[in-house]
Structure formats: structure tokens, C-alpha cells
Design a protein around this ligand. Structure first.
Ligand SMILES: [Zn+2]
Length: 133
């Protein structure tokens, strides 16, 4: 897919949000800001939406009242956003994997917490006790 770069979290979140029902611009701004924990300026959002529209990934629904534009992904846009989300998932997987430890006893992956004994990692106290080797 050419002509579009999804190179920041505002864009990624926008695509994620558009997976659901059509959203208004201000709604996208607000929710994206909430999720990212910071203000997202219209200047970060609207040029991106406009570009998506131009590429045929998004269509705008003008529902009655003047300034209430709702943005919806087209079929093409859905494919595109799946692709982009897939790419980011790959990065997220790697980031998570770098933090995973493997239980020395049962082999399960431990992301958080876990149990340490004799400088080995275990998922839980039971595994640490059962471990012999
Ligand atoms: Zn275990």
C-alpha cells in the first residue's frame, strides 16, 4: 500500500477506533487523547483523516447537521488498517517477548510477577517447589 505512512500512535489509534462504527472527528480526537494520556491536536488528526479520505480508505458521512462529519472505513480502508495494525502487533509482540521469562519447571511464559528461587525463574511457588534439577 503506497502513499500512506502510519508512523505514530495517533494514526494507529485512529485506525483502531475507525474499525468500529463511524466516528466524528472530535470523538476521534477525544478518545485518542484519552488513550494516549495527552492532548491530541486537530492538526495531528485532520490532515491524516483527509489523506485517508483522498486514498479512498475513509468515507465521510455528513449526517444532517452542518459540521457533524462522521468518518467510516471503506472496505479498502479496512484492509489497510488491518495491515497497519498487524505491523504494530509484530512490534508489540517483540517488546513483550523481551520481558518474558520462562518458568524453569513447567515452561510457561511469565510476563509479570513470577517467582524466583536459586536464581531460576518460576511462574509460581508450586513450580519452584516441584522443580528438581
Ligand atoms: Zn511453572
Amino acid at each position: 500500500m503506497k502513499g500512506m505512512r502510519v508512523d505514530n500512535l495517533v494514526k494507529l489509534y485512529t485506525l483502531l477506533l475507525l474499525q468500529g462504527r463511524p466516528k466524528h472527528g472530535y470523538e476521534l480526537l477525544k478518545t485518542t487523547g484519552e488513550r494516549l494520556g495527552r492532548n491530541v491536536s486537530p492538526g495531528q488528526m485532520y490532515p491524516f483523516l483527509k489523506r485517508l479520505q483522498k486514498l479512498g480508505y475513509v468515507r465521510v458521512q455528513e449526517s444532517g447537521s452542518r459540521e457533524k462529519k462522521a468518518y467510516a472505513l471503506t472496505a479498502k480502508g479496512k484492509k489497510f488498517s488491518q495491515l497497519m495494525i498487524g505491523r504494530f502487533s509484530g512490534i508489540m509482540d517483540l517488546a513483550l517477548k523481551s520481558r518474558l521469562r520462562t518458568c524453569a519447571h513447567c515452561g510457561c511464559e511469565v510476563y509479570r510477577g513470577g517467582y524466583r528461587k536459586s536464581s531460576r525463574n518460576f511462574c509460581c511457588r508450586n513450580c519452584a517447589q516441584a522443580y528438581s534439577g
